[in-house]
Ligand binder design. Sequence first.
Ligand SMILES: [Zn+2]
Length: 439
Amino acid sequence: MMKITSGIFAILLFSHIGVANAVTLNRVEAQMVKQVTDDEPKARALLKKVVNINSGSMNFEGVKKVGDIFAHELKQLGFSTKWIDGKAFNRSGHLFAERLGKANSQKKPPKILMIGHLDTVFSKDSAVQKYIEIDDTYVKGPGIIDMKGGDVIIVYALKALKDAGILDQFSIQVVMTGDEEKRGRPLDIAAKVLIDSAKWADIALGFENGDGDPKTAVVSRRGYTGWQLAVTGKPAHSSQIFREDMGYGAIYETARILNSFRTQLSNEPNLTFNPGLIVGGTQAELDTGSAKAKGYGKQNVIAQTTKVSGDLRALSPQQQEKAKKAMRKIVANHLPHTSATITFEPGYPPMEPSDGNNKLLKIYDDASRDLGFGPVKAVDPRRAGAADISFSAKHVDMAIDGLGLMGHSSHTDDETADIRTLASQTKRAVLLMYRLLNR
Ligand SMILES: [Zn+2]
């Protein structure tokens, strides 16, 4: 690709970007970067509009409304759009959009999957509902970085490519799910569009907020699965505990199991497991759906039952299987007169580290440097939660996530965007995609 060296382009670029190393952009790149700058007020207006619509995962109407707005935006760019109804998995649904490229004689258009989500963790009765400008740098709002900002970046990156006449050189599918924050069940139906599109695509780009730092992007994410532990003991007067015919009760058995998990498995890199809720006694009820528990038990009675729910995160399916096996073995090693079972839920697969993903990161890193925005490194997978791209990553040659709007405190009432990154992240995405044409 031709690099710009002439003074006239350099001057032109300084005025757009204000950074010295921007001269490494070519003419088309510089034009697209300028387009993103010009479109910034419109992008912010779109962001404000969608943040001001509540779209908590269980607010089906709100999710659909945000989906309709993005469908409209994508149609303007020549995409065909479709709403995938979520009845079958008890959620609102997903937005699917497609725009096929025009193959020329030399090469086929690269197939790219761009991933966003429409829902947020903020329910209809959440205390925060609005887009609030704090100053020139910070804007607060529910779901602003996770991830309505990323969705807006998708739209305006595509617009810059279209305005430069480049968009026809790609084949693109956009999937914006309506249940990323609270995935519908059955999982295989809820995540089907992510898997199908990934099988179609060569490259997957995720516009989540990553760890919120523009110096990083995500090339690996740990998989996630939930587990439930159910333990029973022999009830009797507490004074008889430890007798050969009475045993230890459900609570001691639970303590043994959890402590063994910790002592035997907690040193393994990238593996974590967390008991998040526990209840035990004579009666114990635990509901994972509402994340609530109820218990009853007296100090002088040996505990009859214990329930625990927790999670397990691992970097590869092999690591996950190995951990499950070790946990099952610990569980099976019962104290006298107790029994226990552990069950694992189907979960999110891991996004495994790969050469393809690293190659994509390198292109992104170079693009960022050439824009004068500095280097981009991989996020420590320990710091990246499971996300939609986890379902897609293993079906494509290359995948990267964390290309969205940056900021801090996502999932809290203080969720805040560094609004300056709306344009800068869009520029990075545009250059990344453009350079994929000539990789
Ligand atoms: Zn998200």
